[in-house]
Design a protein around this ligand. Structure first.
Ligand code: GLY
Length: 349
């Protein structure tokens, strides 16, 4: 564990209010989660969304050099945040309906049980690092909008225009095709229509000592209503870490994940003994069961995509997707490669 993460003490611990301590007759301050004893991973393992192949390689190599799990995971996602060609994350991400890029990110550090997040952050290329600063330097968990930006600027983050020419082109094309009654002229049919996109990167890392961390970062739903926040900056939805169990995260339709507390639920399923892929798949079933009818097709299948990725303290990893054909990226201790995800439905839509 790095000194920076261990410097501050838990307020609860300092005041003696540890889990399960009785305050008086019949009154419990809190009840700890069920005790489990999982053998730590024998090696460093990293699992991520499919766009995280370079990220898991980078994070795995940094873990091998002894870097903290959260620092390594953030170095991994930063590759996508800083890549102008990844239009789902950070710099170059697709904007909201007004052409403004608004970024979301959250992270958790297992060893210190701390969390940080930012939402609707504008003008800063690396929201994952700002989320880590919330974790490191504040007593809060989530900062949003202009407050999150002022917080980042106070630490010397540079304000930059995040809208690349490519993303602007995609946004203008979408704006021109909104509907027949708007004030924009139609784009000719032979020009490609920009689709609504969910894109995100999630990385979960466990080291050989069994310490776990997770981070998720995104530009969110393309053409979203300004201020819309998806699952990525929500602790327990876009990512979740419990250092006793493992970590999980998600990409895809954030609204569906939020309602099922997807990352938290996946970790809870692992706590009960499920392997990572089975846990992710079980969460997917919960998502389907909590989906409103308007988002289901005639066969009861969701009309949206969603993915979960998970790793446990032992270093076992897996992923699950709503539909067949999805992959995820993993560093298994020796190499980075894509793996087929488990899935609920054979064919998409
Ligand atoms: N999962 C990313 C989002 O919905 O914003």
């Amino acid at each position: 564990m790095s000194d920076s993460y261990s410097r501050r003490e838990f307020l609860g611990a300092a005041s003696g209010l540890t889990a399960g301590v009785a305050l008086g007759p019949g009154v419990l301050a809190a009840r700890s989660a069920p005790a489990i004893h999982i053998r730590p991973a024998a090696m460093n393992v990293v699992v991520a969304s499919a766009n995280g192949l370079r990220g898991v390689q980078r994070a795995g190599e940094l873990l091998d050099q002894g870097m903290d799990t959260l620092d390594a995971a953030i170095e991994g996602v930063k590759i996508q945040e800083l890549d102008p060609d990844d239009m789902s994350v950070g710099y170059g991400g697709l904007p909201n309906e007004e052409g403004i890029v608004q970024l979301d990110s959250s992270c958790m550090h297992g060893p210190t049980r701390r969390a940080g997040a930012v939402a609707s952050l504008e003008g800063i290329k690396t929201p994952s690092v700002v989320a880590k600063y919330v974790l490191l330097y504040t007593d809060h968990v989530l900062l949003v909008g202009p407050g999150a930006k002022r917080f980042a600027l106070s630490y010397g983050f540079q304000e930059e225009d995040l809208l690349t020419d490519r993303a602007r082109e995609a946004w203008l094309r979408w704006r021109a095709r909104r509907g027949p009654d708007d004030n924009w002229l139609e784009v000719p049919d032979d020009e490609q229509l920009s689709r609504e996109e969910h894109g995100t990167i999630n990385i979960n890392a466990v080291n050989a000592s069994g310490d776990v961390s997770s981070v998720t970062t995104t530009s969110g739903l393309s053409w979203k209503i300004p201020g819309r926040v998806g699952d990525s900056p929500i602790i327990g939805a876009g990512q979740y870490t419990d250092n006793d169990v493992g970590a999980a995260g998600s990409t895809g339709r954030g609204e569906a994940c939020i309602k099922a507390c997807g990352a938290f639920l996946t970790v809870e399923f692992m706590r009960r003994g499920m392997g990572p892929s089975d846990a992710a798949l079980e969460t997917m079933r919960r998502v389907v069961s909590t989906t409103e009818a308007r988002l289901l097709d005639e066969r009861g299948r969701p009309r949206f995509g969603l993915n979960f990725y998970a790793v446990n303290k032992k270093g076992e990893f897996g992923g699950a997707s709503m539909f067949a054909g999805a992959r995820y990226a993993a560093w298994d201790g020796t190499e980075a490669k894509h793996h087929d995800a488990a899935y609920l439905f054979e064919r998409e839509r």
